[in-house]
Design a protein around this ligand. Structure first.
Ligand code: ACO
Length: 323
């Protein structure tokens, strides 16, 4: 599998740590020192399918490919605009990819990695030739803006890649899930109610609609699991940590990223960071960072990168891609 092109889009509205200190009891010093985040972009009216379509168009331009040559659209998101239609189909309509089969996939912050694995499987089987893989989130709609322990962490955005069949480019991946720990990161719940059996209840939203997180448990899980799955993917490819040009990690917390660099024994320069600008954009964070590095020339001479992330489910994964 080869990455032909990439693109990203973030909504225009920027919310700073000082802005948040006006709505919850927090401050720039706490947020910056504990997370590395300074600002995040928040959607003002644009849905996931809108921002994903914009990232997709940029990725197709970068790949120099027509929308009609895309035969699959895979959207990783946990904040779709609707369940029906699936949002990949809305993107298809927006960008004119009339020959694409379209579906959404949810694995929280690991969603983009799982979508990339899915794309690789479709390409390897010969079922598809050119796939648009997108990670996009409007997390702002499930964040509890009165909960200072979580609202400071997240932002909205979209990143996309066009991938194609190329037998000369190896792709290795590992992934996993542990449903028994799902309770440490939850959100988006709606109740099983209807007017036939719950005549007084019309509102299907509950408190569980908003995101709840046991931050310390997620932190401990991430600093163990991410280096573990990166080592596993390196073993699969018979490569050492220094053979990788860049580790493009899910952008959740700068302390998690530094800890991974230490555990792998590589220079922190190999683990670029942009979460200071965007916060945690979940499934979008890896393709947004990849696109920024590609467009600013950082990846010009790079031969191999590893993507790795973790998230709700719990889920995790690492993918080694030859550029
Ligand atoms: N501003 C000021 N004080 C705060 C804030 C805030 N925004 N949030 C919490 N505090 C306070 C707490 O109330 C606590 O006060 P206390 O000591 O008086 O009780 C104190 O700060 C320390 O709180 P901790 O939770 O212990 O802080 P910690 O150092 O663990 O940092 C954080 C919290 C940043 C959430 C960290 O645990 C973390 O990054 N965890 C991982 C989160 C993550 O990666 N989530 C994304 C998952 S991916 C997905 O699928 C969505």
């Amino acid at each position: 599998m080869k990455i032909l092109g990439s693109g990203h889009y973030v909504p225009k509205t920027i919310v700073s740590n000082d802005d948040l200190s006006k709505i919850v009891d927090t401050n720039d010093e706490w947020i910056s020192s504990r997370t590395g985040i300074s600002t995040r972009h928040i959607s003002d009216g644009e849905g996931v399918s809108d921002i994903a379509s914009k990232a997709a168009i940029l990725a197709m331009e970068d790949a120099n490919i027509n929308a009609t040559d895309i035969d699959m659209i895979l959207l990783a998101t946990m904040t779709p605009d609707s369940m029906l239609p699936n949002n990949a189909s809305i993107i298809q309509k927006n960008i004119g990819a009339i020959n694409a089969t379209c579906f959404d996939l949810n694995a929280a912050c690991s969603g983009f990695l799982f979508a990339l694995n899915t794309a690789n499987a479709y390409l390897s089987s010969g079922m598809c030739k050119n796939i648009l893989v997108i990670g996009a989130e409007t997390l702002s709609k499930i964040v509890d803006w009165s909960d200072r322990s979580s609202c400071v962490l997240f932002g909205d955005g979209a990143g996309a890649m066009v991938v194609t069949v190329d037998d000369t480019k190896a792709y290795y991946s590992v992934s996993g899930s542990d449903g028994s720990k799902g309770h440490v990161l939850t959100g988006g719940a709606t109740l099983l109610k209807n007017m036939l059996v719950n005549k007084d209840e019309t509102n299907i939203m509950t408190d569980d609609y908003y995101m709840h997180m046991d931050g310390q448990e997620v932190f401990k899980f991430a600093v163990t699991k991410v280096p573990e799955c990166i080592s596993a993917v390196l073993d699969k490819a018979s490569l050492g940590a220094d053979d990788i040009d860049y580790y493009i990690l899910h952008q959740a917390n700068v302390r998690i990223i530094s800890s991974v660099a230490k555990r792998l024994g590589v220079s922190p320069d190999k683990l670029p960071v942009n979460l200071n600008k965007y916060g945690n954009t979940s499934a979008a964070s890896i393709p947004i960072l990849f696109d920024e590095l590609r467009k600013n020339g950082t990846l010009k001479d790079a031969k191999r990168v590893v993507f790795s992330g973790f998230g709700g489910g719990l889920t995790w994964g690492a993918s080694l891609v030859e550029l």
